[in-house]
Design a protein. Structure first.
Length: 185
């Protein structure tokens, strides 16, 4: 099984990255091949609305650091995407990536990805109230189901802001491990 992990936080060892690391370590022990990309370290542009991916190519026409990431996701069985909540939404790095996934849809709006992929969405937020920002995952889950992701899993950490807070919470670290175990089963 191949797993691609996208770290959507500008913090290299931030709370979402720590949870993704625990997930990936567990999945690797269970036999998954892991490939990780830190979006903040890549140089890429958002979707240019050129529609070339719908008219002349079956992928995004832009050639930048995200090209390899988009190709790796095509080959993966599992996609792990992480984001902190910034101003009630995903990080800018994450959003730029999401916009480029538009190229996964053909002109007739069918998915170009092979069906049956699995999505793990890791969301961290400083706000402890779980009712706040609960709308983020369902929106992105819907898009990834459109792309053919058959199973989706949420690892959500509320009330974590400072570096190390997620790592200090055994319940969150265990949730990341248990999610990897479910995905790999």
């Amino acid at each position: 099984m191949k797993t691609v992990c996208l770290l959507g936080s500008p913090r290299v060892r931030g709370n979402s990255a720590v949870l993704a690391t625990r997930y990936c370590e567990t999945a690797e022990k269970l036999g998954s091949e892991i490939q990780t990309f830190t979006l903040n370290k890549l140089s890429y542009r958002g979707c240019q609305a050129c529609m070339t991916c719908k008219t002349k190519l079956d992928k995004c026409v832009l050639e930048d650091d995200l090209t390899h990431v988009l190709d790796a996701i095509r080959e993966a069985d599992v996609l792990v995407i992480t984001t902190p909540v910034y101003f009630g939404e995903v990080s800018g790095q994450f959003k730029g990536f999401i916009d480029r996934t538009f190229s996964y849809l053909a002109a007739d709006h069918s998915s170009r990805l092979s069906p049956g992929k699995k999505l793990v969405f890791i969301q961290t937020q400083a706000e402890a109230d779980q009712s706040k920002f609960a709308d983020i995952f369902p929106r992105y889950e819907s898009a990834f189901k459109w792309y053919g992701f058959a199973e989706t899993y949420l690892v959500r950490a509320c009330g974590v802001y400072d570096k190390g807070e997620a790592e200090a919470r055994e319940d969150l670290m265990r949730l990341a491990e248990e999610t990897a175990e479910k995905v790999m089963a």
